[in-house]
Write a protein that binds this ligand. Structure first.
Ligand code: RAM
Length: 879
């Protein structure tokens, strides 16, 4: 039986299109932006089937509502990252923008609501603040006490508006008149401080009052001066003095303005935070908090004057993404007693964050909180933390009332916490876990009929939350938490689906370029710290310079990121080309297919797949992406040159590793995954043979995974590309170790670094690389989105969608939803099995302004493309 496709249009949504408030660049909160010509995007809500934009109009107004720019109708289908049509903005300028659209069908919208953006300080000359540094005697050794800084100031009349522009060498929290400014965590975040230091702009109008006012800050070492890195790490990476850079600008109702800046007039003293380390934790003695220190009238006569240090305002940059924030809280799911009678709280979920306690007890009593990701023998397993103590301590004020505390300058990766020396009975509600990470907008969701796959997806999501902590890190718990390039290179596609991470990753890429230019290659992690190993080129890691910008362009439609990264992309490919011999990258250090299941616990890089094969395959891939990028940017000569390079490397790969019939000299899942997915083979004959061999290899491994960081994101795609969906599903749904679902069966709530971070007997893997929160192997989530559910981009920014679900693995339904830059898209399929056969029903939602290519495995007279709207197709399943 064949059912003709039916078009459903929700009648309540029919009518003329509506435009949502426009967006500026990738900002969630466009206050203090750094772009003088911010690109604009808008989403159209249209109940009209097949709606496509024909033209847009933009109006830009100033604060008084005067329209400064009116584009009139611009014939264009663009609605994502449209060039700023107005005059370039200077510092502190506020503009409203609204948009109206016209459809090809003759429809027209009303004006959208106004959206407002305000620039920060765009040029160095706008900065008048010095770097106010507490005197050295208040600092102590790195990761020691966090001093306080303050000053009084007067507000001499009614205030129209006030802005605080603020950053620090170190971590800061600011208060005005006793109230915290903003809700950022770990501000200013971690950038390559020698090149770029982010500041934030806060609207503090409501915190000021006429007359006496005070501003205060707490300053911890953080990434600037605290210990960073593995194997003992390093302290003082960026300097040995922390400092606050703050500029408060007050605009009075009468139009006059005044500034309060960090200078030698600020006074400093030690405060309640007696130690603060990102790795080791924080110690807070509440008895040491000077009452009212950030309010006016406080006597700071005994405080020491701040030193004013040199700093370069040209390094100060506005954020391009959201800050780290508290994004949720978790109550303990169980209170456990450890083997020595210790009290351990289980929060049921591995997170990055910290605890908030409510405690009452005698003055001077100290409560300690120790964190771990897993238990071993019922006790906290601390070995995976390596050299990170993850221990917070709170000493009570003890004034008879309940005291609330949460550390402010540290973050831990944990699911369990041991509570040591709690005074009296620990009551439910006394301790909660606070989840902290970059506050990105959630955009993607996936679900299917297999609860284990759903939990795997949930674990990937939590590993993203656990590791997008201002920079994309490898792990949140041990003495590392570095921006490892290889990890985000493989995870970027999944990440770009789950959250809008374009702004955050663009910032990180700017640091990557800065470090690359300084150290002469793409370092292994960004920001780079010189530890024991030199910065040397390594395939799949260094290729992040090329692949991450490309992924952002594909997923967010951002050509600007390619433009910004182009020089670095080129420098990387050129550098590798110079390292190759006859186009094979066969010399020097490589991570290879890091941590494949065959690599011994103490040798994570001893994977089965030839490092030269991995490196050469990646070189071909990056050269090809670079050629495509050059073409998009109009660098035609480059486009030609890199296309030639890509095909020469591809040919060299085949000469060295591929037999004429399509077998590989290296007989591993990863080798075949690379060759197939990166299109390194010649003709259908080789592909078909290689595909068959990959299927054989997976079967030989009993359908267990045999790939590491490099092969894992590709193997299912490679299988699917040769039609071996069944094998891909068997890999995907395998539960025995090693597999994606093995950790799920072991109770994992995040993705592990190793396939067997926890061994089948419940003991922790004896290797050094044993994190329980590493997103790299979770890159497979992108396959769940694109192939299992069937929602993939077919043009940058999902301007075209590819809807090609491939049911299998016994699933009876799967769906994916995504807030694309054009609006919400979704694909949901269900399979009904009857004696007569299997019937597939697919429902597709296509955002206004886009078109979806359909490739559905069901019989019927199906269209090849559909336009905006919600469409349902039903027919006999034909795989
Ligand atoms: C480990 C990191 C990371 C990996 C490198 C090579 O230390 O955790 O995941 O990219 O090694």
């Amino acid at each position: 039986m064949t059912t003709a496709p039916v078009l459903h249009v929700d009648p309540s949504r029919a009518g003329s299109p509506r435009v949502e408030p426009p967006r500026f660049e990738h900002h969630r909160e466009p206050l203090g932006i750094g772009e003088s010509a911010p690109r604009l995007s808008w989403t159209v809500l249209a109940g009209l089937p097949g709606w496509l934009q024909r033209a847009y109009e933009i109006e830009i107004a100033d604060e008084s509502g005067t329209v400064l720019t009116a584009t009139g109708a611009v014939e264009s289908e663009r609605s994502v990252l449209v060039p700023w049509p107005g005059a370039e903005l200077g510092s502190r300028e506020r503009r409203g923008v609204r948009v109206r659209v016209h459809g090809h069908d003759g429809s027209a919208s009303d004006w959208s609501p106004w959206s407002w953006a305000e620039t920060g300080l765009l040029e160095a000359a706008s900065w008048h603040a010095g770097a106010a540094a507490p005197p050295p005697e208040l600092l102590g050794a790195p990761d020691g006490p966090a001093p306080l800084l303050r000053r009084d100031f007067a507000v001499r009349g009614p205030v129209a508006s006030a802005r605080l522009y603020v950053t620090a060498h170190g971590l800061y929290e600011v208060e005005i008149n006793g109230t915290a400014v903003g809700d950022d965590v770990l501000a200013p975040g971690w950038t390559s401080y020698g090149h770029r230091l982010r500041y934030r702009t806060h609207d503090v109008t409501a915190l000021l009052r006429e007359g006496a006012n005070a501003v205060g800050a707490t300053l911890a070492d953080g990434w600037y001066r605290g210990r960073l890195g593995f194997l003992g790490g390093k302290t003082g990476v960026y300097g040995d003095r922390t400092a606050l850079v703050a500029q408060l600008e007050i605009t009075y109702a009468d139009g006059t303005a005044e500034r309060v800046v960090t200078d030698g007039g600020w006074r400093c003293a030690s405060g309640p935070v007696t130690a603060a380390s990102l790795y080791d934790g924080e110690a807070h003695d509440a008895r040491l908090l000077p009452d009212g220190w950030s309010s006016p009238g406080f006597d700071d006569g005994a405080w020491l004057p701040a030193d004013v240090l040199d700093h370069d305002p040209a390094l100060l940059v506005a954020p391009t993404g959201p800050p780290v924030r508290r994004t949720g809280t978790l109550a303990p799911v169980e209170v456990l007693t450890g083997p020595d009678g210790e009290t351990i709280l289980d929060f049921g979920q591995n997170i990055s964050g910290r605890l908030r306690i409510r405690v009452q007890g005698p003055a001077g009593h100290t409560v300690s909180l120790r964190h771990a990701e897993v238990l071993e023998g019922g006790a906290l397993s601390l070995r995976p933390l390596r050299d990170a103590a993850a221990l917070d301590r709170y000493t009570l004020r003890g004034d008879g009332s309940a005291e609330e505390w949460e550390p402010r300058f540290t973050v831990h990766g944990f699911r369990y916490a041991q509570v040591i020396d709690w005074p009296g009975e620990l009551e439910p509600g006394d301790v909660e876990a606070v989840v902290c990470h970059t506050d990105m907008r959630r955009t993607g969701a996936f679900t299917c009929s297999d609860p284990l796959l759903n939990r795997l997806h949930e674990n990937v999501l939590w590993s993203m939350r656990g590791n997008f902590v201002d920079i994309p890190t490898d792990c949140p718990q041990r003495d590392e938490r570095l921006g490892w390039t290889g990890d985000i290179q493989v995870f970027a596609p999944a990440a770009s689906f789950l959250y809008d991470c374009a702004g955050m990753l663009s910032s990180w890429l700017a640091d990557l370029s800065a470090e690359q230019a300084e150290v002469g290659t793409v370092p292994h992690y960004v920001p780079w710290i010189d530890l024991l190993f030199p910065a040397e080129p390594a395939a799949a890691w260094g290729d992040a310079a090329v692949i991450v910008p490309w992924v952002l362009h594909q997923r967010f439609g951002d050509l600007g990121v390619l433009r910004a990264q182009y020089a670095g992309m080129k420098a990387w490919v050129d550098q590798v080309a110079a390292l190759t011999r006859k186009n094979l990258w066969d010399e020097g250090f490589q991570f290879g297919d890091w941590l494949d299941p065959a690599s011994p616990p103490d040798q994570p890089g001893r994977s089965l797949t030839d490092h030269v094969l991995v490196a050469t395959a990646y070189h071909a891939w990056s050269a090809r992406i670079l050629a495509d990028t050059a073409r998009l940017l109009g660098h035609d000569e480059d486009a030609e040159r890199y296309a030639e390079l890509a095909s020469a490397v591809r040919a060299a790969f085949r000469d060295e590793f591929v037999t004429p019939s399509g077998r590989l000299a290296c007989d591993t899942q990863t080798a075949y995954a690379l060759a197939l997915h990166l299109d390194l083979l010649e003709g259908p004959g080789q592909r078909e043979r290689a595909g068959r061999r990959l299927v054989e290899l997976v079967a030989r491994d009993d359908h267990r995974i045999a790939t590491g960081f490099v092969g894992t994101p590709l193997v299912c795609d490679a299988l699917a590309s040769v039609g071996a969906h069944d094998t891909a599903y068997r890999l995907l749904t395998q539960r025995e170790c090693p597999s994606w679902l093995y950790p799920v069966t072991m109770g994992a709530t995040t993705v592990w670094e190793r396939w067997d971070s926890l061994l089948p007997d419940g003991s922790v893997n004896p290797g050094e690389m044993t994190s329980f929160n590493h997103y790299a192997l979770g890159a497979v989530a992108d396959f769940l989105h694109r192939t299992v559910a069937g929602l993939a981009p077919a043009a940058p920014g999902y301007r075209r969608l590819r809807v090609a679900p491939r049911p299998g693995g016994g699933l009876t339904h799967a769906s994916a939803e995504l807030h694309t830059p054009y609006g919400p898209a979704s694909v949901a399929w269900t399979m009904v099995r009857t004696v007569a056969g299997e019937t597939l029903t697919v429902t597709v939602t296509v955002p206004p302004g886009t078109v979806a290519e359909l490739d559905l495995p069901c019989e019927g007279d199906l269209p090849e493309e559909v336009g905006a709207g919600t469409h349902t197709f039903t027919g006999p399943y034909r795989p």
